[in-house]
Design a protein around this ligand. Structure first.
Ligand SMILES: [Zn+2]
Length: 507
């Protein structure tokens, strides 16, 4: 591949300001295409409040040459909170409608229970120990081949509009996109989509595009707009919540500290029933708000003829624990509330719309599935496989977490986020092992998801033969990787990392 030249323009993320990064590959092996950003850099000025999408004109036209790819990743969205995944609260009417035109994957497994390794896996189709993004300061190396890289090669216009400071340019994760808007963590889904619409309106109508939107709303603190908060309090039958105005950052932090402190003492969480119900209602309120924004965006795509001929992928990077295993938040375990994520793929022409796939698939399969359908070659670096809807793969699925030391170095005090564990799923069986981390968790586990989908009953000692067999497979896969993985660390501006971690409540 041609060398990449980066950082043509970069404004650092700051409160109240959108960061704008244009990257372009200007190597000699790749002649610039007409309309390529590298040739006509233009300043896109975005105001923090009320950046209005310009009037849409003939620029929005169905591209006859290739299917567009639109990926919407929603941070911290667990699968079982969507109506189309069986949730009984009215969280996702718009995503449920989109699911009618999509293939719904009931068992999509994230490669890791937190943002950085998961997003790197999603975008490279590599497992965390292959791409090397394991902890907070790890950087995705420039040699990584991302979905944006592959689609650039195929002539796509590639655009990203992301919130989440852990996905910043300094961590290498948005690499490959020719246009990248990295927004402050405070921006909500409506504001993010405004910017996505702006990019769409300024795209080159002669080329297919890849647009990736990353939303952060369900991430803590849970503070949905009042109408969504009230709707969910009502749905949960809550007349008097301890947080009538939602959770602010400080209150949410205190709540999490209470839960963590109880956990570390091996006690039950000390939340009242009202607190627990309100917490779940507020989380659902964030999802309902996000769902409405996705619905508005999809409506706009339909209006301007960009729906029919596009892939639309809706996925999450990981889930969220709401006290199922006595924790709150994410990163801390490999249980289903964190590892099982929603995945909808709307194919061009709405092919196979409404189909549900029960076999397990994984984050790393998404990229090969898209690339394969577009008729592009599968890069040798890909570790996932195209999903065959007629004959789903029964491959083992590996997932892991090895995070914490960077956060501790940046100032985290209580070590609650130190977690070092690996998991393997084969069919309905899951085994995990923990090499380090919070003392109160079990070091070895075996679960049967068919009988125990929430992973409440550890069968390790009831089924020792199966457990040891699966542990041997897990060990055979992971042990060589633990020694070989090369990791590129950010030459850390600790204050920047600390600021990001603080905003996202990791400190
Ligand atoms: Zn995340």
């Amino acid at each position: 591949m041609a060398d990449r030249e980066r950082n043509i323009a970069y404004l650092p993320v700051a409160q109240g300001q959108a960061a704008l990064h244009f990257s372009a590959r200007l190597g000699s092996q790749e002649p610039p295409l007409p309309g390529q950003l590298g040739l006509k850099l233009q300043a896109v000025r975005l105001e923090d409040e009320g950046a209005t999408a310009p009037p849409v004109s003939q620029e929005f036209q169905l591209n006859p040459t290739g299917a567009n790819v639109i990926m919407i990743s929603i941070d911290t969205l667990r699968a079982d909170r969507l109506g189309c995944y069986g949730h009984e609260k009215p969280t996702t009417p718009y995503l449920d409608e989109l699911a009618g035109d999509s293939v719904l994957f009931e068992q999509c497994m994230a490669q890791s229970p937190w943002t950085k390794p998961s997003m790197a896996s999603l975008l490279t189709s590599q497992l965390p120990y292959s791409h090397g993004v394991l902890d907070f300061a790890d950087v995705l190396p420039e040699s990584a081949v991302t979905l944006a890289d592959l689609l650039n090669e195929a002539g796509y216009e590639t655009m990203a509009v992301w919130t989440n400071g852990l996905l910043g340019q300094e961590f290498g994760i948005p690499q490959g996109f020719r246009k990248t808007l990295l927004l402050g963590n405070h921006l909500t889904a409506d504001a993010v989509f405004k910017r996505a619409n702006l990019l769409l309106s300024r795209r080159d109508p002669q080329r297919p595009f890849f647009l990736h939107v990353h939303l952060l709303d369900p991430h803590m603190p849970y503070n949905p707009p009042s109408s969504f908060r009230k709707k969910m309090y009502k749905a949960y039958g809550i007349d008097q919540s301890p947080w009538p105005e939602g959770l602010d950052l400080k209150t949410h932090q205190q709540l999490q500290q209470r839960v963590q402190s109880a956990f570390l003492k091996d006690e039950k969480p000390s939340l009242t029933g009202s607190e627990e119900a309100s917490l779940k209602a507020l989380y659902d309120g964030e999802i309902a708000f996000t769902d409405k924004c996705v619905g508005d965006f999809v409506q706009r795509l339909k209006k301007y003829g960009l729906y029919e001929n596009s892939f639309i992928v809706v996925v999450s990077d990981h889930g969220e624990e709401l006290l199922e295993h006595r924790g709150l938040g994410h990163l801390q375990t490999l249980h289903p509330e964190l590892i099982r994520v929603p995945l909808l793929i709307k194919y061009p022409g709405n092919k196979n719309g409404g189909q549900r796939v029960a076999s397990p698939v994984q984050h790393i399969d998404i990229l090969p599935t898209l690339v394969d359908h577009l008729g592009l070659p599968l890069a040798p670096t890909l570790e996932g496989q195209p999903i065959d809807l007629k004959s789903p793969s029964q491959r083992p699925i590996f997932f892991s977490v090895q995070a914490g030391p960077d956060a501790i170095e940046a100032g985290q005090q209580d070590h609650s986020y130190l977690e070092y564990a690996q998991g393997l799923r084969v069919g309905d069986w899951v085994t995990t092992r923990r090499l380090a981390g919070t003392v109160a968790r079990q070091p070895l586990a075996l679960y049967n998801l068919a009988q125990d989908p929430e992973q409440e009953n550890n069968l390790f000692f009831q089924e020792p033969v199966r457990a040891l067999h699966l542990q041997a497979r897990l060990k055979k896969h992971f042990d060589p990787l633990l020694k070989q993985t090369s990791r590129e660390k950010l030459k850390i501006d600790r204050s920047g990392l600390e600021k990001n971690l603080r905003t996202l409540q990791y400190l």
